[in-house]
Each structure stands twice: as structure tokens, then as C-alpha cells.
Design a binder for this molecule. Sequence first.
Ligand code: ZN
Length: 304
Amino acid sequence: MASPPFITHAFAGNPLDRASDRRSDSEWLARRLEAPGARALVFWQGQPLLRPGPQLAFIDGAMAARLDPAGERLLFLGLDGADAVFALDMEGEADPALGPLQGLGEFSEMRAAAQALPIPDTGLMSASRSLFEWRRRHRYCSVCGHASTVIDGGWKRLCPSCKAEHFPRVDPCVIMLPVHGERCLVGRQAAWVVNRYSALAGFLEPGESIEEACAREVKEEAGLTVTAVHYRSSQPWPYPSNLMIGLVAEVADDQATPDLTELEAVKWLTKNQARALVDGTLPDTTAPPPFAIAHSLIRDWAES
Ligand SMILES: [Zn+2]
């Protein structure tokens, strides 16, 4: 399975046919789950089950059906040719890898897994994790409070009382590299690992365009006035369900003043320094990890 050529970031690149026109057919889904070749990846507490390598560990469809007879924790990810691929969310405090899934793998922290797995697999993981988080947080109808039921292979919830339909949410964030002439600005938050510097970021607010959110965040966090915004690429960020919108923001001057609440420090870097940052050779300054969109924003600008 391969991702489209324009996908360059981890957590995107789900290579499956999502078959969104078929997944509302519960009988079709049940047949696909029973068919030979059906398989499911497994999550527990937000962590994927991995085999040594690492590789994603899959169980067959029959086993997934046994582990979740009601299908409430089963998500239809899509079709790989004729084979249906699902994800199963395990519940409970006890590690299922020591119970019903013994010998099939271990549950592993997803960020570390994302750095080791091929991009198509990271896309499968991010869709699963975001949908399972949504399932856990949206069990009740937000209109009338009644318990809702899962439909469409996990991609929709329906309130049996008021008939409201609920869809998984995606929360957009802008992440931007301010640039002025031949220098870019990176900042650090106090909570980050020592010496980590990265692009600036923030959530879009309702009624705000991407460009407006970018300009507001750069002004709030660094005191700089944005004069132009350039879109670069985007990355799903499944913690729990963000979309990082990667931008380069031209700013009017270099008089940056970190707000000291979100940012404790900022640095202007030349292109050579920015390249050294992402190469890991800039003294006392470390970059975001290569699988994060911020790393690409800095590298792509430094090499432009
Ligand atoms: Zn309702």
C-alpha cells in the first residue's frame, strides 16, 4: 500500500479506499468483516499494537468480531483491494497484550512508532486514534444529552432520541515560521524539552480565516506584524484530532517581543543557522523531530 505522492508528513497518507459511500451499509460491513482477508489493527489507551520491527500488528476479522461482538469499538478504516481493514479499540485497565492478545505484539507509544513506521502506516494509526478519542469523548448527544449510537463503521454517531447526527471533529491549528528578509524566527515554550525551538502555533478561532489566525498568533506570541501568508503543507496531529496548517509568515520588521506566557524566548536564525538547527548541529538549540511539520517548515525555508 502506498500513499499519494503529495503526502510527505507522518500521520497523513492512509492508503486505503475509505469507501465512504459503502460504510453506511451495516450488512455490507458485517460481510466484509467476516470475509477472509479482513484484518484489524488494535489500540489500547491510545497506543497501537506493534510487532517487533516495528510493524503494525493486525488481527483477523473473526478475532476482532469476537473481541467486540457489538461492533461498538470497531472502526472501518477502508478497503485494501477487496480486503476490509478495521481498527479495534480495547478497553479496560489490564493490558490486553498480556491477555486476549498475548503473543501478538506490544502496545507502544504512538509518537515513537510514527518515527519508525512507513508513512501509510502512520496514516492508519492517526485516523484510528483520532476516531477512538472522539468515540470516548462523545458518547452522549450534545443536543439533548441522550446516549448516542455508533453508525457508518464508526464515522458517525446518531442520537436515537432527537435524531441528531454527530460527526468526528477536526480542530484546525496554524503553525507558522515568521520570516523577515533572510532570517526566520523560532520560539520556545517553557514546557518543552531544554533548548527546543520551533515554529509558532495556535488554534483557529471561530469566524477566523487561516491568514487571520496566523497574523493574530504571530502578533500575540512574538509581537510581530504579518504582511503576507504562504501555505506550505498540512499534517494531521492525532492528539486528539488536530490539523496542523503549515505556513510561512512574512513579517514587517525584526523587533520580536515574546509574550512570556506562551513563549519564553525567541531567536532569529539565518538560513545557515536554520539548516544547522534541523541538522542537529546548532549549539544549544534543538529542532522539533523530523516527523513533525515544524521540522519541514524550517528545513524547506532554509533550503529555499
Ligand atoms: Zn439527541
